[in-house]
Design a protein around this ligand. Sequence first.
Ligand code: UGA
Length: 433
Amino acid sequence: MSFKNIAVVGTGYVGLVTGVALSDIGHSVTCVDIDEQKVELMQSGVSPIYEPGLSELMTKNIKAGRLSFTTKHQQAFAGADAIYIAVGTPQKEDGTADLRFIEAVADHIAEHLTHYAVVVTKSTVPVGTNDYIKSYIDKHTDVPFAVVSNPEFLREGSAVHDTFHGDRIVIGADSVVAGDLIEEINKPFGIPVFRTDIRSAEMIKYASNAFLATKISFVNEIANLCEKLNANVDDVARGMGQDKRIGNKFLNAGIGYGGSCFPKDTSALVQIAGNVEHEFTLLKAVIEVNYKQQRLLVEKAREHFGSLRGKTIAMLGLAFKPNTDDMREAASIILAQELILAGARVVAYDPIAMENARNVLPAAVDYADSAFAAIQGADTAFVVTEWDEICALTPGDFKANLKEPVVFDGRNCFNIETMKEAGLNYYSVGRPV
Ligand code: UGA
């Protein structure tokens, strides 16, 4: 195969990981971002996001001359066979996706394109957006180009691994030639390719995230029911997961899903459906269950203590999931707000998300230097994110350090029996007390 020249616009985690991975399989990649400082940082091989393995790959491919960064679209687009759009599509107040950044990239493409190129959309965009991008650019240029939808399925925290070991690469193209080019570019990954039309590819992305969110809310509802019926959701999920049609992934009960994708994409899909007068009842329920689930630990603490006024709560884990510093839509934000409102004091700890947490948690929150320090002198502990360091605390640590022997575990990290044996009141999700 021949290696291609590729421009990637946007260096968030999707754009940066995509650009770096494409350079690693041999292509010549230029990543564009409007943030000059960030571009300088990346050019020196430093990743602006916490993503295991990414900096090493950046350094390797910059040195090999296959990867570079610029603030200039014109420079990146010169000679590019494909231009990847990987800018954010934040959520607007009404739940719809904000396409401002996509339109800005389309403007740059229309302005600077001098030869045929394939425009590839990596960003998650509502069904029909690629058609809109095509007509938008078309209006402003006479240069021929094609548009391809190539949605991303990687997870934060394991983005590099997922890019090289994905289950499928979806290519939605209305032009066979353009689809073939993107398939050829991706060939060295050795991942099965699924070809379809543009709109179906756009829908695959939303449907996949909505389905995974549904799995989580479903198991959380089963967990809530297990609590009332004295069954154990861990075993229920394991028993269900052995049926290959169900699968054992994404069946961990807990305090719901957060992050930059599931909450945003589920709301957007409800809106997309609403636009064509389709009420997506099931997905609305999934969102509703998640809303309640994110508040669960406060409810449980209220039931146990009555009032939370004056209690000091060690909040263990702040990021929306382990191995990321991302605080977007993290349950910790809601829990901290509710606790402070109830008159409690919150002492928070996260191995790497503390800096980001300070910007989004209520100002009244205090911070500890370690999980162990957070529980010292606290009345009780909330386990919010299942970091290894947090799950490594022992029942003895909790018993010796908490003023009251009560732990509320939102991620089912600990063994019920050993917690009980240590003399703790241990509340988890969907498991017998
Ligand atoms: C998710 C999808 O998993 C990716 O496939 C997708 O590409 C990405 O969104 C995206 O659209 O960009 P991500 O948000 O990084 O990836 O995180 P996940 O690992 O999927 O976790 C999302 C949330 O679900 C976390 O808060 C996690 O704690 C929660 N979760 C996950 C559960 O509560 N239970 C589970 O069994 C699994």
